[in-house]
Design a protein. Structure first.
Length: 115
């Protein structure tokens, strides 16, 4: 099993930045695949960025050039740096991990982009 705890959400004006964190209960190397997803009201959950165990990333087209991702192995944490935020980025952002054939989700953190 793995527990995921997200933090860093909040209210930000358009053009602003936020950094989200997802801390895991086990080594990142032991997790096959991690990702950040988001879900806006009335919309389906969508992938923002995925990480392989080796650290390779794959971003959704809607966030390329604005969002970056990184990880701190020692802290067992993955980060999502979000720059030039737009109102359409407003959503609950969730961290996901795949361990074996099991999928785990964090509780989510709200990001609201509004003036």
């Amino acid at each position: 099993q793995v527990q995921l705890v997200e933090s860093g959400g909040g209210l930000v004006q358009p053009g602003g930045s936020l950094r989200l964190s997802c801390t895991t209960s086990r080594s990142l190397f032991s997790i096959n695949h991690m990702g950040w997803y988001r879900q806006a009201p009335g919309k389906e959950r969508e992938l923002v960025v995925s990480f392989t165990a080796g650290g390779d990333t794959n971003f959704a087209d809607s966030v390329k050039g604005r969002f970056t991702a990184s990880r701190d192995i020692a802290k067992r944490t993955v980060y999502l740096q979000m720059n030039n935020l737009k109102p359409e980025d407003t959503a609950v952002y969730l961290c996901r991990a795949i361990l074996g054939q099991q999928i785990y989700w964090g509780q989510g953190t709200q990001v609201t982009v509004s003036s």
